[in-house]
Design a protein around this ligand. Structure first.
Ligand code: ADP
Ligand code: MG
Length: 714
């Protein structure tokens, strides 16, 4: 399904074939392997590759991690004990010895022409491997004066030059701002500096991928100047401008890619034009014991509009947990079925898939269609029936994307909790039909602007209203001293015929430890509640076992369900009114919010109790936020503020994780404007035929080819 016109090869035909662009061919050398640079052989090339550097342009885009500025480098003779300083010098002595307490102590002395200073480490002898005699290095840290020597214990250090290289210290002293690069073994900052200064000689032929008009509009430096200044800045202001340019470039190129992809798909991906909703959909709507909320109606309208048009739908349906997204998805599936096609739902876990199957089966009990769950162990006969088109709706996990799964005429793909899947997986499922409509569902609310960045190529529908009659959830943060009281509340709920969840600590990367935590918790609870029916659920159980427990919990045969975070997604047991989370400080805000959604489902007020001992400020801020905010959008903002950056609200950031420079939270305005500019260009020249646009598109492809290969997949 890769369009041939825009095949992602390394040749730059679009650029070089453009009329009047003879100069363009010159810059081909920028795309040549690094070995074309003087001094780079295959051994060095291999090392550079481990830094992600394969071509000259990669090298030019290997930006400094920081800079040493004369204003923040001190001469050793001038430093005083107690100061926090950075000094630059050459290693003149390395000594590894044992102290009286049998620790080993590494002392590395440096000399900068004005004096000596020692870096000292205890029990970290390995630093000696990097700090060989003659190496030029910057030490930073607090200076003390011991045994007649200036010392920094555990200095932060940067290798600046290898033994024998030209002295940067001299350059520093003559006022240069020295770049310090991300390095790897065998590749020092000094080597990179030398190579990059050679690579810069290629830059004058480089055409700027950002059209002049955009550059002028956003007041950003041209590429040539920016590249030069980012590596070898002449002044702090030049440096600032250079970074601004590179940050903008990153944002803008991604937005152009997303805009182009969106328009490309709308144009080329001739999708399936469903007929408008008919008898089957109407019959289902009539069978529902409730009216759709107006938000649900609006979202459904948007989906129907996409599905009945002849382009391929690619829509994100987002809304709070329990806002009623599943009902909308079922309506969309019925629309596809009554048009004579098949539909599929892909869910991230086995538990969720079987629960969907159960509930959707129940919802559709009056409707004469065939719904089946497909798992890894399903019998071949089921595969056969799916391939023949005898199954109308297939529900499953990743099992759906197995090679052997074939559909007769898949026309609607629903991806539940879409952020749990990689782009690849979603894409593969879509290839099982012929340009099927795709509906992504997410209960992870993200602020709108960020949604545009993350899912800039998707259309978005938001269910921003909860079904009526929900009483909400009270959130309580408790500590151990309140445990008896908390257990009394559990007893109280259960004696009223309600059910409880107890969520055990999240233990990173160890299902077996989690299982143990669950077992311990069960044992403990049995002591407190000998009269309750207690069952448990964890990741190491077989899927039938898990499904069976869930079924019994739903049927009310279990009073307390002790579980790992497994229940996070999608479980719907309205009779469960209370949830306790152990070691809540270990969970992310997104997870806590999802968990809380489990007890806000009935007509009774839910109780959500967190046992938390937040040690860090960040953990404190998180528990505070979850207590304070009940809606996901506010929480998402809070999460963004607390963490600044990182994995936004606990989700995989798809395209954005490919942004190296941009702090999404800090650049929201710029992102929005860049997005507008990107769409303006793509809409005014949809095929990107004009030479500057051609150049731009080519750069987008080059940039994202390796990382976002989905970008140009229809
Ligand atoms: P989501 O998929 O967004 O988590 P669901 O579709 O599972 O939410 O709906 C959550 C619960 O609310 C279900 O029990 C569902 O039957 C019920 N529900 C959905 N829409 C409405 C509505 N408009 N009015 C009343 N209840 C609704
Ligand atoms: Mg759901």
């Amino acid at each position: 399904m890769v369009d041939n016109n825009i095949k992602l090869t390394g040749n730059h035909s679009a650029r070089s074939s453009a009329p009047g662009e003879t100069k363009a061919r010159q810059d081909a050398s920028v795309y040549a392997p690094v070995t074309s640079l003087y001094g780079v052989g295959s051994a060095l090339a291999a090392k550079l590759k481990s830094l992600g550097i394969e071509t000259v342009i990669d090298l030019l885009y290997h930006f400094p991690r920081k800079y040493l500025d004369r204003s923040n480098v001190s001469t050793i003779s001038s430093v005083k004990t107690g100061q926090d300083v950075t000094v630059v010098g050459r290693v003149c002595n390395v000594d590894l010895r044992e102290t009286r307490t049998r620790k080993n102590m590494l002392v590395v002395d440096i000399y900068d022409g004005t004096g000596y200073l020692s870096g000292v480490w205890f029990n970290q002898p390995y630093h000696a491997e990097r700090l060989k005699e003659g190496t030029e290095v910057a030490f930073s840290g607090k200076v003390n004066f011991t045994y007649g020597r200036l010392r920094i214990v555990n200095p932060d250090y940067d290798i600046i030059g290898s033994p024998g290289g030209s002295s940067v210290a001299e350059q520093v002293h003559t006022g240069r701002i020295v770049p310090v690069y991300p390095c790897t073994s065998g590749v020092t900052s000094a080597m990179l500096r030398r190579l990059i200064s050679r690579a810069l000689a290629y830059v004058p032929g480089l055409l700027d991928p950002i059209p002049e008009r955009v550059r002028d509009g956003f007041k950003i430096l041209p590429i040539e100047k920016a590249l030069k200044q980012i590596h070898f800045p002449e002044s702090p202001d030049d440096l600032k401008q250079a970074w601004r340019r590179m940050i903008f470039e990153e944002i803008f190129l991604l937005q152009v890619g997303l805009a182009y992809k969106k328009r490309f798909r709308q144009r080329n991906a001739k999708g399936i034009a469903h007929k408008p909703p008919g008898a089957l959909v109407a019959r289902f709507l009539n069978s529902l014991p409730f009216e759709l909320t107006s938000a649900q109606k609006r979202c459904l309208d948007e989906i129907v509009k996409d599905m009945t048009s002849d382009y391929q739908m690619n829509r994100l349906l987002q809304g709070e947990v329990a806002s009623g997204k599943t009902v909308i998805a079922v309506l969309a599936l019925l629309l596809t079925v009554e048009n004579g096609y098949q539909g599929a739902i892909m869910a991230p876990t086995e538990v969720l898939a079987s629960q969907h199957t159960e509930r959707i089966g129940k919802m559709l009990s009056e409707i004469p269609i065939r719904v089946e769950m497909l798992s890894k162990g399903s019998p071949p006969a089921l595969l056969g029936d799916i391939a023949k088109g005898d199954v109308d709706i297939v529900i499953g996990t990743h099992a759906l994307i197995q090679e052997k799964v074939k559909f007769k005429n898949l026309a609607l793909v629903v991806v539940d909790e879409q952020h749990r899947f990689g782009i690849r997986q979603r894409f593969i499922l879509a290839t099982k039909g012929k340009a099927p409509d795709v509906l992504h569902m997410s209960a992870t609310p993200i602020p709108r602007t960020l949604a545009l960045t993350l899912y800039g190529d998707l259309d978005i529908s938001t269910v921003d209203e909860l079904p009526p009659g929900r009483k909400g959830v009270i959130t309580v943060v408790a500590d151990e001293s309140q445990r008896i009281g908390v257990f009394a509340r559990i007893r109280n709920e259960i004696s009223r015929g309600r059910q409880a969840f107890v969520i055990c600590p999240l233990i990173e990367d160890s299902e077996s430890l989690e299982a143990k935590a669950v077992a311990a918790e069960v044992e403990n609870l049995r002591k407190f509640f000998p009269d309750f029916r207690i069952a448990h659920l964890h990741g190491q159980m077989k899927s039938e076992e898990k499904a069976n427990i869930m079924k019994r919990f739903e049927a009310g045969e279990i009073d307390v369900l002790v579980s790992t975070i497994l229940v996070e997604v999608g479980i719907d047991v309205p009779n469960a009114t209370i949830m306790i989370v152990e070691n809540a400080e270990r969970f992310g805000l997104a997870q806590l919010h999802q968990l809380r959604g489990r007890v806000g489902r009935g007509v009774e007020r839910g109780i959500f109790i967190l046992f938390a001992e937040p040690a860090s400020d960040e953990a404190k801020a998180r528990t505070e936020a979850i207590r304070k905010y009940s809606d996901g959008f506010s929480l998402a903002e809070a999460d963004l503020m607390i963490r600044g950056e990182g994995t936004l609200f606990g989700m995989r950031q798809s395209g954005v994780s490919d942004m190296r420079l941009v702090k999404t939270s800090r650049n929201i305005n710029l992102i929005r404007k860049a997005r507008e500019a990107a769409f303006e260009i793509v809409d005014s020249d949809p095929l990107m035929k004009e030479p500057p646009n051609q150049l731009l598109l080519e750069e987008v492809k080059r940039r994202f080819a390796r990382k976002i290969d989905w970008l140009f997949v229809a």
